[in-house]
Design a protein around this ligand. Structure first.
Ligand SMILES: NC(=O)c1ccc[n+]([C@@H]2O[C@H](COP(=O)([O-])OP(=O)(O)OC[C@H]3O[C@@H](n4cnc5c(N)ncnc54)[C@H](O)[C@@H]3O)[C@@H](O)[C@H]2O)c1
Length: 387
């Protein structure tokens, strides 16, 4: 087993992301340091999809440091990433007698990471959190950078990630061995965020990630541990460098900062929240998974940029091919009409005052923020993914 570290440099909030086969065991090291500073308990938010053997690794490590664990289980879905679940978790952590010195461990995919992270951010005005991501998407994206939160339901609308806080973990343990039990569709979803990273890599100073991703993205589904470790390591390194420059998504950050990570997301969020959409047209496959929506959002963003003369059709085609090679959908059946989708995009929390603020590509591996994109560009994007 070989486990390495990527450092997220944030002065006194800096931390290591441990990456490799067996990295989950390193959670014990983080818990031990907290125990030495007075922790006596640990609150583990466990994704019910994660096999018990991985929960045992965390619990054995905690008990080995003398920490008394309480486990709260979450069966993830976007509707479960809600105020109701947050409230239940708060009641559970408070009921366990958890104090300010005691940590939270979030063991699961992006939904459990967001919920567990927000409990840690807000309970007693903040307790330490160890993020133990168990999906590819959570390893390469959600667990790194400190964004936490949940969705709001207003009327019949699901408002993605409308409540949240920045709360950096004390350690992230990205154990690629844990991906062995993850379903193929979820593994592919994680690849969408990796392709997004390749599309911003040059702007973020990781130029070699563009070519590396093109060469390896089609092979990730073979689940070779070496390829997965390198995939996670390279993607975490990109995310860590963006977060280090712009921890809190400052709108005035140089060259876009964290905002760049939203490439494809304004389109993606607009379709992800339509629960009836499927990648295949078969209702049994609804809803779209987050990564599938982001993959479609990337195609839409490139088509929108092409309509504005920012990129050529060859580049749009090559990104579409990467998404196809990763086994992700490139179009979706049953989209509402253009006007409704544009209205949804204007309501996205990344938009500004109802204008269409989009991250759009302006070259290979290079993106910019367009503050007032024309509606015609958004419609060109939607047309490109309409099945
Ligand atoms: N905070 C951030 O910066 C950030 C970034 C990107 C995405 N997100 C959020 O992440 C969420 C999506 O995360 P996701 O794609 O991980 O989905 P998810 O959390 O829904 O997990 C996917 C599925 O995999 C199961 N699972 C998890 N680990 C497993 C394992 N090792 N073996 C078997 N099954 C396992 C889960 O039970 C679930 O059914 C979205 O809500 C998105 O908004 C957050």
């Amino acid at each position: 087993m070989s486990v390495g570290s990527v450092r997220v440099e944030l002065s006194e909030r800096s931390y290591d992301v441990r990456v490799g086969d067996g990295a989950l065991g390193d959670s014990a090291g983080a818990l031990r340091r907290l125990a030495e500073r007075g922790a006596t308990r640990v609150f583990v938010v466990r994704d019910t999809g994660v096999p018990g053997v991985h929960l045992d690794t965390v619990l054995d490590g905690a008990r080995g440091c003398g920490l008394e664990p309480t486990v709260a289980e979450v069966t993830p879905s976007e509707s479960v990433k809600s105020l109701g679940t947050y409230h239940e978790l708060l009641e559970s952590i408070a009921g366990s007698g958890h104090t300010r010195s005691d940590p939270v461990v979030a063991l699961g995919g992006g939904i459990v990471g967001d919920l567990g992270g927000f409990v840690a951010a807000s309970y007693l005005r903040g307790v330490p959190v160890v993020q133990c991501p168990t999906t590819l998407l959570a390893m390469v994206d959600a667990s790194v950078g400190g964004k936490t939160g949940f969705n709001l339901s207003v009327g019949d609308r699901l408002l993605k990630n409308y409540v949240g806080a920045f709360h950096q973990p004390v350690m992230v343990c990205a154990d690629v061995g844990v991906l062995g039990s993850l379903g193929d569709r979820y593994l592919r979803s994680g690849l969408a965020e990796c392709i997004k990273h390749a599309c911003i890599a040059r702007t973020a100073g990781h130029e070699d990630l563009v070519e590396w991703t093109r060469e390896h993205v089609g092979r990730a589904g073979d689940r070779d541990i070496g390829v997965l470790t390198e995939l996670v390591r390279r993607n975490v390194a990109l995310k860590a460098s963006i977060v280090a420059l712009d921890e809190r998504e400052d709108p005035s950050a140089k060259a876009g900062g964290r905002m760049l990570l939203n490439l494809g997301h304004t389109f993606g969020h607009a379709i992800e929240t339509i629960g009836s959409l499927t990648p295949t047209g078969d209702p049994a496959d609804a809803p779209l998974h987050h990564g599938e929506a982001i993959g479609l959002g990337l195609i839409a963003a490139f088509a929108a940029a092409e309509s504005m003369g920012m990129v050529d059709s060859e580049l749009t085609g090559s990104v579409r091919s990467m998404i196809e090679d990763a086994g992700l959908p490139v179009c979706v059946v049953g989209l509402p009409e253009d006007g409704e989708l544009v209205a949804r995009m204007r309501r996205d929390k990344k938009s500004s005052g109802g204008s269409l603020r989009l991250v759009l590509p302006d070259g290979e591996g290079s993106c910019v923020i367009v503050n007032e994109a024309p509606e015609s560009a958004a419609i060109a994007g939607i047309c490109a993914i309409r099945g």
